[in-house]
Structure formats: C-alpha cells, structure tokens
Design a protein around this ligand. Structure first.
Ligand code: P1T
Length: 380
C-alpha cells in the first residue's frame, strides 16, 4: 500500500465485525463482558486496550511503516512512557533545541529520579560520540526542531546509536510520517504529539509511539497499561479521522509554508527566517535526503530585534491566531520565549536562538493570499 492509501485504510480492516461500519465505532466503554474469568474477545478493560484505540494504533504503525503503535493521553505522556524504560543512573543525550515541555519533563521530573540528560547540538552526528559513556542509553532527537527548525541527520545518528548499542528516539511531530519516516532511517522509536498535524484540527490532545522491535513494544505496552496515560476512544476516533486527510493537508501546509517563508525573507521588517526549505539552511542537504517536503512551520525574528516588536506583530495578526500549539488547519502564531519555551531558562534558550524577538508560525491551509496580506499588514 502507498502512503496516501495507508492514511485511509492502513490497519483499518475488521474494526466493526458486528455491522461492518466503514469508520471504526467509538467504543465508549471502560470494560467488557467475560464469559468465564479471563474468557474475553481480546479486550478486558479499556486502560489495557480499547478497540477504537487499537484501530488508531494500527493506523499509526501503518503510516510510520512500523510494526507496533501505541496511543497516549498526550505527546508528553508518550515521552513519559519512553523515559520509564530507564532507571536511575542512566544517561540520555538530547538535542539542545526542543519543545519546552519535553525539556521540562526531562529536567524537572526525570532528572530528579536520577536520570541524567545532556543537551547537545546535533547538527553534526559525529560530535555526539564524545558525550557517550557506559551509562548512556538513548539519543533523543527532535527534527525539525521546535522552534528553530534545525535539522538532525537521522540516518547518521542511527549509525552512532547502533555503534554504541543505544536506543534512538525521534520526535516526528513537525514533519509527520508524510514528510519523514524515522524508522526507515534507523530509529528505534518514533514519537508524535498527535495533537498537531495527525489530529490536524486543533480539537484533540493525544500522543503516540511506533516501534519495530517486539521486546521494546512489549515493554512500552506494559508501561502504557501500568502507568495508565491512555487516550479516550473519542479522541482516538478524532485522530483516526485526522490521519485520513494527512497527505492532503500536508501538501497545502508545505505550499503555504514555502510562500510565507519566502515572503518573510524579502521583507525589510524581518531579520532572520528559519525554514528548512531555504537553499542556505545549514543542513539543507540532509533535509533533501530525509524529508520529502519542508512542512508548514516557519520561525522569524523582527528586524527591530525587541520583545515589544514581536509582541506588537503577533497582536496585530488577524488571520493567524495567537495561540500555543501547531499543525491544525488554521494558521497560528506563537511567541516561544513567553509561551511554548518559557520553561527553558533564558540563558539556555538564547544559546539556541530563542530570543525575545522570535516568533513561530504554524502556517495553516487557508488561502495563501490572505495569509501573506495578514503578515504584511501586521509587519507594516
Ligand atoms: O502537547 P502534547 O500533545 O503533550 O505534545 C508535546 C509535544 C511534543 N513534541 C513536540 C515537538 C511538540 O511540539 C509538543 C507540543 N508542542 C506545543 C504545544 C507547541 O506549541 O509547541
């Protein structure tokens, strides 16, 4: 099956043996009748398994070209489950430019449980080797990074991970399986905030993991069940519905993202524009190798370079909505320093480029001209 068919049909056979409904039913039930203790039809309690969630988990595995999918109550709950694979004394090497909530989970929760995190620049995979020691267990990659749009070479990183017998996990939220499939490039775990492009309509919070290795899958299923951060069936249904149009939406996100990035680059009121499609992006060659398009996320700094100029710009936008999150059909603007990345200390933030004048745009699928006119009036 090709990708554009998998989004609609992947793993979606026999979801309703009773009535053959075309869409999987929302099995809004916490429990299932047993004929005798342990005698059930595959589901016993909805924390350990629910047919709507199972349909979503098969769909997620299918589009990532992986074997096992797992759904969670949020993207962070999915990351939380990955971190529970480890124990006190273990070390994890993470990219130094990543979603602020992931950084907060690493440093404010799991660090206190004795797991050590090293945040490093990953533009050159070879440089990561110097941080590996006998306690290192995993490399955590986000690419493109949120919000600086840095690109990490997944294949090169997987060679490093394999050399030292480490797990490689990739947060694929910004690209989605439509543009980039980390498991095919050698990653062991692919993670998503399905809240974003997979759901696609800003109406659900959900997270996911997909893996190929059976033992790893079994351990993650155990964590999912034992810790219990599972998504409800209604939310699983919404993400399943979102995935059916992922390929169409991503095409338009990419087109509009490119139009916005090129428009901003030429605008005198804009200083820097971060978008992986620019020929002079520092890792453009890797982008072309591992992604089939450039996505709908664009960051910029104002020419004035002040907090006030960034705030004034986002307040003037009319078609773009000032809001946290990304990946929905509607365009959003965010101010990372005070919103999504406020939990990262200012000195750390600024080292990676998250300055006060930085604005992040999630370019939606509206009419291109309306989006450009909106940016123009807000800048001028
Ligand atoms: O919000 P949640 O579904 O828990 O997902 C967390 C998460 C993980 N990884 C990446 C790359 C993310 O962007 C996010 C969530 N990000 C936002 C809410 C945001 O506005 O950037």
């Amino acid at each position: 099956m090709k990708f554009n068919t998998k989004t609609i049909h992947g793993g979606q056979h026999d979801t309703d043996p009773a009535f053959e409904s075309v869409m999987p039913p929302i099995y809004q039930t916490s429990t299932y009748k047993q004929s005798t203790p342990g005698g059930h039809k595959g589901f016993e309690y909805s924390r350990s398994g629910n047919p709507t969630r199972a349909a979503l988990e098969r769909s997620l595995a299918s589009i990532e070209n992986g074997k096992f999918g797992l759904g969670f109550g949020s993207g962070l709950a999915a990351i939380d489950a990955v971190l529970k694979l480890f124990k006190s004394g273990d070390e994890i090497i993470s990219t130094n430019d990543l979603y602020g909530g992931s950084y907060r989970l690493f440093t404010k929760i799991f660090q206190d449980f004795g797991i050590k995190f090293r945040f490093v620049s990953m533009e050159n995979a070879g440089e990561v080797e110097q941080y590996i020691n006998e306690n290192t267990k995993m490399i955590w990659v986000e690419t493109p990074t949120n919000p600086m749009m840095n690109i990490i070479d997944i294949e090169a990183m997987s060679r490093v991970a394999k050399k030292y017998n480490l797990l490689l996990a990739v947060d694929n939220t910004f690209a989605t399986a439509y543009l980039q499939r980390p498991l095919e490039l050698g990653a062991d775990i692919v993670m998503h905030s399905a809240t974003k492009y997979l759901g696609g309509h800003s109406d659900v919070v959900l997270g996911s993991l997909v893996v190929n290795d059976q033992k790893l899958a079994e351990r993650l299923y155990f964590i999912q069940k034992a810790s219990g951060a599972v998504p409800g069936p209604q939310d699983c249904f919404l993400v399943l519905r979102g995935i059916k149009t992922l390929h169409l939406r991503m095409q338009r996100h990419c087109e509009n993202g490119e139009a916005v990035a090129r428009f901003l680059k030429d605008h005198p009121k804009v200083d820097k524009v971060y978008w992986p499609g620019f020929e002079d992006h520092p890792n453009h060659e890797v982008v072309k190798k591992q992604m089939s398009g450039f996505g709908g996320m664009v960051s910029l700094t104002t020419a004035e370079g002040t907090l006030e100029s960034a705030v004034s710009f986002v307040e003037k936008l009319k078609v773009f909505t000032l809001a946290e999150s990304l990946g929905g059909v509607e365009s959003l603007a965010g101010h990372p320093a005070t919103m999504t990345h406020a939990s990262i200390p200012k000195e750390e933030r600024e080292k990676t480029g998250i300055v006060d004048s930085l604005i992040r745009l999630s370019v939606g699928i509206e009419d291109e001209e309306d989006l450009l006119n909106d940016l123009k009036q807000a800048l001028e």
